[in-house]
Design a protein around this ligand. Structure first.
Ligand SMILES: *Cc1c(COP(=O)(O)O)cnc(C)c1O
Length: 394
């Protein structure tokens, strides 16, 4: 079975595709017709790989977490995406797409961001490569994420508030799409996860696939084995998970585990566990699982981690779920917090709250003593210190 690549129309099984307004056809077609040839060209790869190495700081370490392994009686390795420049995996994709935009002759970049992490990564890539950068962000998110807004501005990006609807991520997406329709010939829209119309899910998965490529090489060097027994990653839209799973997806000897944000619990009405709560629907240009009411209104998600606070999931993961290729766990806010404190205490690593959801799977599933379990540590916890401090003091 081919889990890793979509078909020519962008479908992973029954999920994916490109459901877009007619006015976006030219933009999407330009991308569909050119992305593979450009990103697979020697020229592009040389520049991209050079930046990943010398600018982002790749390869990120694969770290055998001995203390955590003792605690859980299994062999735990952490893939340290938290050590990337800008503090998470998002830069792998942002840099790739901004480079792609330059190869397409675009001078202007737009993006949308909820928590601000993708906006910062995109603004960083634009500063480096000299492209104009406009980031749409819900007015409420601008207030909630002031430090990231400041970073984007310092990096030279213009941050435009989305003032309609709930003034959050989905409204920022609408503004970004409107901009793209009006500025198609000059502008590339950098989508931040494995979501959106084809070819974005595949494009983003390919840029993030460096994660599992490195895991393979590093695991072989460190343990003599090229394959882990398990790979665990958290899923918002699903880009770090797609990257960590990519080169193992078609090898059923490697078990895949995805951790979704349960929020206050899947029955609480305040959750972001899309595979448990979602039904088939169309969100942001692709067919996938979506948290929605019976008449198709998107339900506002909740998670303690802003990066997992998304009402959908990429079609790559919807298919892994449907086919039972990956096992999905719903991790509640308090479980994620406990795991973050545990990792900090045992290994001296403060993880992002998003990544802590992946770590919490260790409390949900028993692994054998000799199992090799790789956990993708998608980001660092600096941005979450305010939340952590609140619990430290209680
Ligand atoms: C944005 C973010 C995520 C969630 O996004 P995915 O596309 O699901 O990877 C996870 N971890 C961190 C640190 C993030 O910044």
């Amino acid at each position: 079975m081919n889990y890793k690549n979509p078909d020519q129309h962008g479908y992973y099984g029954e999920f994916g595709g490109a459901f877009i307004p007619e006015m976006l056809y030219p933009n999407i077609e330009e991308l569909q017709n050119n992305y593979l040839e450009i990103i697979e060209s020697e020229n592009f790869q040389k520049e991209y790989q050079g930046l990943l190495k010398n600018y982002v700081g790749r390869a990120t370490p694969l770290y055998f977490a001995e203390n955590l392994s003792d605690q859980y009686q299994t062999q735990i390795y952490l893939k340290r995406e938290d050590l990337n420049h800008t503090g998470a995996h998002k830069i792998n994709n942002a840099l790739g797409q901004v480079l792609l935009a330059r190869h397409l002759g675009k001078k202007r970049i737009i993006a949308e961001t909820g928590a601000g992490q993708h906006g910062v990564a995109t603004a960083t890539a634009c500063a480096l490569l000299g492209l104009e950068c406009i980031v749409y962000m819900g007015e409420i998110d601008i207030q909630r994420q002031a430090p990231n807004v400041a970073r984007m501005k310092m990096l030279g990006a213009e941050v435009i508030p989305a003032t309609s609807g709930s003034k959050t991520l989905k409204d920022a997406v609408n503004e970004a799409l409107r901009d793209w329709i009006n500025n198609a010939s000059t502008t590339h829209y950098v989508i931040g996860s494995v979501v959106g119309p084809h070819p974005f899910p595949d494009l983003v998965a390919r840029f993030q696939s460096i994660i599992s490529k490195e895991i393979k090489e590093q695991l072989l060097e460190q343990s003599g084995r090229q394959k882990p027994d398990y790979v665990i990653a958290c899923v918002g839209g699903g880009s770090n998970a797609a990257g960590a799973f990519y080169h193992f997806a078609d090898d059923e000897n490697v078990k895949l585990i995805a951790a979704e944000a349960g929020g206050f619990g899947i029955d609480s009405g305040r959750s972001a566990a899309t595979t448990f709560l979602g039904t088939k629907g169309i969100l942001h240009g692709s067919k996938s699982l979506v948290m929605q009411t019976d008449d198709g209104q998107v339900i506002e998600p909740h998670s303690i981690s802003a990066g997992l606070d998304y009402p959908g999931i990429g079609p790559f993961h919807a298919n892994l779920f449907k086919e039972k290729r990956a096992e999905f766990f719903s991790i509640n806010d308090d479980e994620a917090l406990q795991s973050a404190f545990r990792l900090t205490k045992f290994e001296g690593i403060i993880p992002a709250l998003e990544s802590a959801h992946a770590l919490a799977v260790l409390d949900k599933k028993i692994f054998d003593k000799n199992d090799i379990v790789v956990i993708c540590l998608s980001g660092r916890g600096d941005k979450d210190m305010e939340t952590y401090l609140k619990y430290l003091n209680n």
